[in-house]
Design a protein around this ligand. Structure first.
Ligand code: FES
Ligand SMILES: [Fe+2]
Length: 407
């Protein structure tokens, strides 16, 4: 009895503190851009707030988890663990992609445990749970259970792996855990006019690097979206070719944002003179000249990040784990005909190395930022106008807080 009283008092405290933090986030987001500041540290360090975000934002919205090029043939699968759920994204045949839970319908074992040697990507013709060998088809339906032929539920084949709400948009498979998110086509419709010429569904994933990240998922979103750090973190890799001072942020979408990173003036002149620049792979066939003059970063909120150039798309798959930890995959997609180029293997190796290199620069910044956020010395500092995407993200978070409160 004593314990339960203490627990409930603690919970109230947590909830009161969360309310204060949420009020602070909303106040920060109401400031005009010229007065915008970074968010309070607890927005990135507090585990109770992370749990709130997980349940209220991440599980309620659309999260990208695979690209269709990973799932071309029936039985192709991508396994991942996201927000505490073990998932299998699978081509179930007849062009249907499903997001299945790997939790066995018998007693809850993972039907494809990595601990049992299963790869995170591959092809399977069925799922066989290692515990008691219940077998499921690639559509998730139970096909058989040893020594239980006579059991009514097994015989009727009514049991199956749980299927999560999913959708394919712009070539990516998304999951919505809560099952009640707005239709994805509506939510991100404002991005179609930017992305459609890339025909991302036709691209092939050619690079995929896994990272263990000692920082909050929003630290990465902010880092990815703001181009101000080209002057520092990427002063040799990006600043000369996409100078921060030329970058600009587009219209505010309710669920997305777009930041343009124009090439340097000399590079743009070359493009306009008929010499496309910075192309290592085949450019996407449907592009127009202006598409060659810049790279562009996109956030399809809350956590889908795309970095798009004329000849490639970088897609980051985020897997938030706790307030101070996440895993990500940095991937690269190119037009499949790029592989016909004579020097393709070397070009690809060089480009994957470049992807590793620039992300390493970001990793170092983000890891050290997280340490700074945990310091007693941290105070939210003023934002540069080039950090407008961070301010827009604050406004997105404030909208989510208000939605959750029913305001
Ligand atoms: S838990 Fe999967 S077969 Fe028993
Ligand atoms: Fe960066």
């Amino acid at each position: 009895m004593q314990n339960s009283i203490i627990e409930s008092r603690d919970l109230n405290l947590v909830s009161a503190e969360l309310d204060l933090l949420h009020a602070e986030i909303c106040r920060a987001a109401e400031k005009p851009l010229a007065e915008a500041r970074a968010l309070p540290a607890q927005a990135f360090t507090d585990q109770a707030h992370f749990v709130w975000e997980r349940e209220t934002i991440l599980k309620r919205q659309w999260l990208s988890i695979a690209h269709v090029s990973q799932l071309k043939n029936p039985g192709d699968y991508v396994n991942l663990e996201l927000l505490g759920e073990r998932l299998s994204v699978v081509n179930s045949g007849d062009g249907v992609i499903k997001v299945l839970s790997r939790v066995c319908a018998h007693r809850g074992m993972d039907v494809m445990p990595p601990e049992y040697g299963h790869e995170s990507e591959g092809n399977c013709h069925q799922y066989r749970c290692p515990y008691h060998h219940w077998v499921y088809g690639i559509d998730g339906k139970l096909k058989g259970a040893p020594l239980m032929k006579e059991h009514q539920e097994v015989a009727s084949k009514s049991l199956q792996l749980f299927e999560f709400n999913s959708a394919v948009w712009q070539g990516f498979v998304f999951i919505n855990f809560s099952g009640d998110a707005q239709a994805i086509d509506e939510q991100f419709s404002g991005l179609d006019k930017y992305l459609s010429r890339w025909q991302i569904a036709d691209l092939t994933m050619v690079g995929d690097i896994a990272w263990d990240c000692p920082f909050n998922w929003k630290v990465l979103v902010e880092n990815f979206m703001e181009p101000y750090h080209h002057v520092g973190a990427h002063h040799t890799l990006f600043q000369p070719i996409m100078p921060a001072q030329g970058c600009w942020t587009d219209e505010e979408g309710e669920h997305f944002q777009v930041c343009h990173l124009p090439l340097s003036e000399p590079l743009q002149q070359k493009v306009k003179g008929g010499e496309p620049q910075l192309l290592s792979f085949m450019p996407m066939p449907a592009l127009v000249e202006s598409d060659f003059l810049e790279w562009t970063v996109y956030l399809a909120a809350p956590s889908t990040l795309l970095f798009v150039a004329a000849d490639r798309v970088y897609w980051y798959r985020l897997e938030p784990i706790s307030a101070e930890r996440m895993q990500i995959r940095t991937t690269m997609l190119v037009h499949p005909d790029s592989a016909n180029a004579e020097n393709y293997p070397q070009t690809l190796a060089d480009e994957i190395e470049l992807m590793r290199k620039f992300h390493l620069e970001d990793m170092e910044m983000c890891g050290a930022v997280q340490s700074g956020l945990a310091s007693a010395a941290y105070r939210p500092g003023p934002l540069n106008p080039l950090e407008q995407p961070i301010w827009l993200f604050q406004r997105y978070l404030a909208r989510q807080i208000k939605r959750a409160k029913g305001a």
